[in-house]
Design a protein around this ligand. Structure first.
Ligand SMILES: Cc1cc2nc3c(=O)[nH]c(=O)nc-3n(C[C@H](O)[C@H](O)[C@H](O)COP(=O)(O)OP(=O)(O)OC[C@H]3O[C@@H](n4cnc5c(N)ncnc54)[C@H](O)[C@@H]3O)c2cc1C
Length: 364
């Protein structure tokens, strides 16, 4: 059986590892010169966004044999709104490195893969579909699916970030919702270590946000972030991503072609998380090839998660700074603090997004 995987990112490599465990050796085709050959950034996985799983990394390793090491656990998420600061505490997820770094998720996965990776590949999806029994499209974008009329784009967003030196607590990322500075968007600081972190702003490309100047927003946020964290940062690296597409395919499989990762629609429109779903779709595509179950059945719950996340996006869009102030303030109330710990905790499997969706979708 011949299997081609296009893209040596997190979904493609997870697929390869799963196939190899079943005795199948895929051929992996990567456009760039090494796994994770892009800017280095810090990302997060929160258990509450990936129900029914509890701890995401434990699930990946125990259920699917995909072993990944984080930067740290997240034991406290500090929430800043325009006038308030709150926090969700408990074991709520993990942070991790991506990109051109020896401990990035791509590098860790590549070390678990035995099959050959063809770098600088120019193999197209059309060629692969003709020449292989099965093809996994894991190129990190919905471009090919869109050309096939098999992908619905729900929004695009712009991200601008930097690596900074300062003083950080590795299990305490920070997040900001402040529409005065970042209309409809949000920002975060995820530490790489006690002395280095990633500072990022992200906002949807709506007509009303397109009029804002990205560099100006960045400067305003960077200033606020330094004030809130009570320090001055030194920038050592920068990145910018424009038109990052969030959408979902209509059919996860067409003939011998499987859509995985962002090509499937892994990235959630609510808050832009896509890592866990990317890895799962890679694993599921391999399982479908091994005839464990049809791919369409395996990914069904991911379509549902995507729709819940879309409802969350619509809800966030309707909030204003007063609303975010109320949420930040509420997280400091003892009872809500206790409930949050159970709802967000990795040892819970309460599907908050599923339960909230009918309320989030209500007209206000
Ligand atoms: C700045 C930023 C921050 C993010 N933060 C988070 C976060 O905190 N938490 C979270 O869960 N998600 C986050 N995401 C989303 C998450 O990173 C993605 O959902 C996930 O990486 C997608 O995995 P993938 O396997 O589809 O693609 P990738 O891991 O990007 O891999 C795609 C691979 O395909 C290769 N490729 C591209 N075209 C071709 C081609 N034609 N032929 C061969 N190879 C090709 C690429 O070079 C790359 O190696 C973030 C995304 C960005 C951009």
């Amino acid at each position: 059986m011949s299997v081609a995987i296009l893209g040596a990112g997190i979904s493609g490599l997870s697929c390869a590892i799963t196939l190899e465990k079943a005795g199948i050796t895929p051929e992996i085709f990567e456009k760039r010169s090494c796994p994770g050959d892009r800017f280095v950034n810090a990302e997060a996985m929160f258990s509450v966004l990936n129900r029914p799983s509890g701890d995401t990394l434990d699930t990946l390793s125990e259920k699917y044999g995909i072993v990944l090491h984080p930067i740290d656990e997240v034991n406290k998420l500090v929430i800043h709104s325009k006038n308030e600061t709150g926090a969700v505490e408990g074991k709520i997820g993990h942070t991790n490195i991506r990109g051109r770094h020896e401990n990035s998720f791509e590098s860790q996965l590549a070390r678990q893969v035995k099959s050959e990776i063809h770098f600088h590949s120019t193999l197209t999806c059309e060629e692969a579909v003709k020449n292989f029994d099965h093809v996994i499209l894991a190129t990190g974008d919905g471009e090919y699916a869109m050309r096939q009329g098999n992908y619905r784009c729900d929004l695009t967003c712009t991200l601008k970030g930097a690596t900074v030196e300062g003083t950080f607590v590795t299990d305490e990322p920070h997040v900001w919702f402040n529409y005065e500075i970042l209309p409809k968007g949000y920002a975060w600081v995820i530490p790489f270590s006690g002395s280095e972190a990633n500072v990022v702003i992200a906002f949807p490309d709506y007509p009303q946000t397109k009029i804002y100047d990205l560099d100006k927003m960045w400067e305003l946020f960077f200033d606020l972030c330094q004030r809130n964290m009570n320090q001055r940062f030194r920038i050592t690296d920068r990145f910018e991503v424009r038109n990052y597409v969030m959408g979902i395919c209509q059919k996860p499989q067409i003939g011998n072609l499987f859509y995985a990762g962002n090509c499937f629609g892994a990235i959630s429109p609510g808050l832009g998380f896509g890592q866990y779903t990317s890895i799962l779709t890679g694993v599921y595509a391999a399982q479908a090839i091994c005839e464990v179950a049809p791919y369409e059945d395996l990914v069904q719950h991911l379509f549902e998660n995507y729709n819940h996340s879309l409802a969350l996006r619509q809800f966030i869009d309707k909030l204003d700074d007063d609303g975010f102030d109320r949420i930040a303030r509420a997280s400091n109330v003892k009872l809500i603090e206790t409930i949050n710990t159970h709802v967000f905790g990795s040892d819970s499997n309460f599907d908050l997004l599923k339960w909230l969706t009918p309320f989030l979708s209500m007209k206000r």
